[in-house]
Design a protein around this ligand. Structure first.
Ligand SMILES: Nc1nc2c(c(=O)[nH]1)N[C@H]1C(S)=C(S)[C@@H](COP(=O)(O)OP(=O)(O)OC[C@H]3O[C@@H](n4cnc5c(=O)[nH]c(N)nc54)[C@H](O)[C@@H]3O)O[C@H]1N2
Ligand SMILES: Nc1nc2c(c(=O)[nH]1)N[C@H]1C(S)=C(S)[C@@H](COP(=O)(O)OP(=O)(O)OC[C@H]3O[C@@H](n4cnc5c(=O)[nH]c(N)nc54)[C@H](O)[C@@H]3O)O[C@H]1N2
Ligand SMILES: [Mo]
Length: 701
């Protein structure tokens, strides 16, 4: 046993999850020996999820990428040889300089990143600066949240936000397209507390998730029809006089027009036909929502991933204004708290460096981009970091076909040999959160946190920021832009930009310094307590009101009122397609994975079992499928296999497969995204993963 003293370091879970937990790490002799949830963090309250509790296994995983490598085998085979950092950086810089100087120009280079880390520095700082300075194509990061952001923005002028800690005061909680118990477990703990104080929990989800199971009432809505349900609730509320006229008159725009639409077009019988919910349930939900107070809607991402996802969020976020629940602590609606953080992204990312006229490529359409289906120039180089597109992108067959292009130069900066690194020409090893410095906001609470490195980088791994410093140096870019330390970047991030808008609250960082964060740990944003941003209107929309009627949508030639937009692939509106592919497939994440992260941790992979397909007994029987049988799931885009789980955990007509498996850990080398579509949402250009018609057949063993 070593006699060296133990050191405790404060860290932050970096993964793409609203909880952004505080962690404490014990270090002995340069090695992290214990990691736990920060007991003093007001939201983490000392516990971590099943994925992050064994996080040391991830950091010390034997399959960590250890040094830079060059491809030696065919693309996709994952065969590499070790090279030095100097050679790797020089190779990339030479290729980038060559492409930038060619007729195609620098826009033939595409960065591809998402939220592998949510840290402001390792997530979006010098990387953006580098690609902006280079003049590369811009990436529209739409794979997760932009449909809801756009929908909320139309109604509220910002994200639907309340202080998540106020949930303990709620007495009626609707988990709407939100698997809170799994995807936001620290908020679930507060919901549970509210329930013990008498709150009712309702879950609206086509799938009987752990959240639905633990709720008082599960409403198994037909996928993609949430806007119709919300309009049906409005119908009942206005018909029965349950609305808050005072709030509507003072703080809302267009209540009479929306009332007319709801009353004339969305009676419960019609809504029942669209949503598949009994009229009596629609009546009861409306009555309870409008009369049991305070009522909170936790709306999340499930309902956004459909063709009409933007409009669905726009519509649902009208409800709190109609019943006046923004007035109450524990009322309102919560999508994300991210808009409360006035991080100075412009200073970190330097969008002023972007050459005028630079094009933007939607990340959901990576397949199209790589296969030259978008206007020129062609993509000749791809630089992937903080993302695993070979597994998580829709329309996977096209993505993989693009990644296999011999003339594509692909760099992947990663911690592990993922499905995407298998296609790299150059692999660069990245540090994990224990090995680098960062600063974090959150999209599910109101604290700012600093992540101190607990240990030195393992092997030859480097933080993302350091990799872009090296690349900038090799490209001959201005030192004053790139020779900036991580600490200096953190200070820049905390310099809230001056602006005259209400969101983000410009003074939320007042009194929050890097020194204090380091000395004292997590600090709450400077927000009033209780935080009731819309109790008296004050919506950051152009009119300053909650825009039930949207002049902006009207000016754009769109429907200015909330409405139901059917999914792209819905048996009701696409009987032609449903004749071949009658089942609506949802593919939300498994509890032991975080998107495709953690699939390579043996203990968590065992917990997930193997790829399964949950199918209703009626749908199974008509296809001769029995429980445990191997099935093929397919449509025109592709197919994958899974084990059938015949159960009433889904409504008839819907199938569910939990993801997101790495392709290489599946029986036939492809996951569910071989069937998902790259079509976009109505607003925000978002992904439509759950808007996906398939057929299922029994497979021979
Ligand atoms: N354990 C774990 N936690 C995570 C993640 C993870 O992968 N694993 N991912 C993180 C990330 S990146 C995100 S974006 C969030 C996502 O957080 P959530 O939005 O809570 O997660 P999802 O499971 O994608 O979707 C929620 C539910 O929506 C349902 N759903 C699908 N279509 C519809 C619909 O049309 N209407 C309704 N009402 N419901 C529908 C799905 O069945 C699913 O149960 O979670 C974060 N937290
Ligand atoms: N079918 C289906 N597809 C989906 C979804 C779904 O529900 N169903 N969910 C979608 C959603 S909500 C999202 S957000 C996307 C997520 O898609 P991605 O953002 O690609 O998320 P992950 O799959 O978690 O992959 C993140 C990668 O970043 C790496 N990483 C972590 N930290 C660092 C770092 O510091 N440096 C570097 N260089 N790398 C790092 C991790 O090792 C991991 O491989 O997937 C989407 N895809
Ligand atoms: Mo996400």
């Amino acid at each position: 046993m070593s006699t060296l003293p133990l050191r405790t370091v404060r860290a932050v879970c970096p993964h793409d999850c609203p909880d952004t937990c505080g962690m404490t790490i014990t270090v002995r002799d340069g090695r992290a020996v214990e990691l736990r949830g920060d007991r003093e963090h007001p939201f983490t309250r000392g516990f971590l999820c099943q994925k992050v509790a064994p996080y040391l296994e991830r950091t010390y995983h034997p399959e960590r990428l250890k040094w830079p490598m060059r491809r030696t085998g065919p693309k996709g085979a994952g065969q590499f040889e070790r090279i030095s950092w100097a050679e790797a950086i020089d190779t990339i810089a030479r290729r980038f300089r060559g492409i930038a100087a060619s007729v195609d120009g620098p826009q033939a280079i595409l960065p591809y990143s998402y939220a592998g880390t949510m840290g402001k520095l390792q997530g979006s700082s010098l990387d953006r600066r580098f690609f902006h300075r280079l003049g590369a194509s811009l990436l529209d990061r739409t794979i997760c949240a932009t449909a809801g952001a756009a929908g909320c923005d139309i109604t509220l002028g910002t994200r639907a936000v309340v202080d998540p800690e106020s949930v303990v005061h709620s007495r009626y909680i609707i988990n709407w397209g939100s698997n809170t118990r799994v995807t936001n477990s620290h908020l679930w703990a507060l919901m549970h507390q509210a329930r013990q104080a008498g709150a009712r929990l309702v879950t609206i989800d086509p799938y009987r998730t752990p959240t639905a199971q633990a709720s008082d009432w599960w409403l198994a809505i037909r996928p993609g029809t949430d806007a119709a349900l919300a309009l049906g609730l409005m119908h009942v509320i206005w018909r029965d006089g349950l609305q808050d006229d005072d709030y509507l008159e003072r703080y809302c725009l267009g209540a009479p027009q929306l009332r007319d639409r709801a009353l004339s077009e969305y009676p419960p019988e019609r809504v029942a036909a669209i949503t598949g919910l009994p009229p009596a349930d629609i009546e009861r939900l409306a009555r309870e929502y409008a009369t049991i107070r305070p009522a909170l809607i936790r709306l999340n991402y499930g309902l956004q991933r459909h063709g009409g996802g933007g409009m669905a969020v726009r519509t649902i976020t009208c409800l709190p204004a109609i019943v006046g629940s923004w007035r109450e602590v524990g009322g309102g609606a919560l999508l994300s708290t991210s808009a409360l953080y006035p991080f100075n992204s412009a200073q970190l990312e330097r969008p002023d460096l972007i050459p005028p006229g630079t094009r933007t490529i939607n990340m959901v359409q990576l397949g199209e981009a790589l296969l030259g289906r978008l206007p020129p120039p062609p993509i000749r180089a791809l630089f992937v970091y903080n993302a695993n597109p070979a597994a998580v992108c829709p329309d996977q067959q096209r993505v993989l076909q693009g990644l296999r292009r011999e003339d594509l130069f692909t760099v992947v900066l990663e911690q592990f040999p993922t499905d995407t690194t298998d296609y790299a020409d150059i692999v660069l090893p990245a540090t994990t959160q224990l090995e680098h410095f960062d600063i974090h906001g959150s999209y599910g609470h109101c604290y700012v946190q600093v992540n101190e490195p607990a240990i030195a980088p393992l092997y030859e791994a480097k933080p993302n920021t350091e990799v872009f410093r090296l690349l900038a140096r090799a490209m001959g870019f201005e030192p004053e832009l790139f020779e900036v330390s991580d600490e200096e970047l953190a200070r820049q991030a905390l310099q809230a930009p001056a602006h005259g808008r209400a969101f983000p609250p410009a003074r939320a960082f007042d009194g929050i310094t890097l020194e204090q964060l380091r000395a004292e740990g997590p600090m709450r944003l400077r927000l009033p307590r209780p935080f009731l941003p819309f109790a008296q209107g004050g919506f950051p929309t152009p009119s300053g009101k909650c825009e039930l009627y949207s002049p902006r949508l009207a000016a754009a030639g769109l429907d200015p009122l909330p409405n139901y937009t059917p999914p792209h692939e819905d048996p009701q509106t696409r009987p032609d397609l449903a004749a071949r592919y009658p089942l609506q497939m949802l593919s939300p994440p498994a509890p032991s994975f975080l998107n495709s992260s953690f699939v390579n941790i043996p203990q968590l992979r065992r917990a997930a079992g193997r790829p399964t397909l949950e199918i209703h007994p009626i749908d199974a029987q008509s296809r001769g499928i029995v429980d445990g049988q191997r099935v093929r799931v397919f449509n025109d885009r592709g197919s994958f296999t899974a084990r059938a789980k015949v159960a009433e955990t889904v409504r008839p007509g819907v199938v569910v497969t939990l993801g997101i498996w790495w392709n290489k850990y599946t029986a036939d080398g492809v996951n569910c995204n071989s069937t998902t579509s790259s079509r976009l949402t109505d607003l925000g250009g978002g992904a439509t993963f759950f808007d996906n018609l398939v057929e299922v057949t029994a497979e021979p063993e």
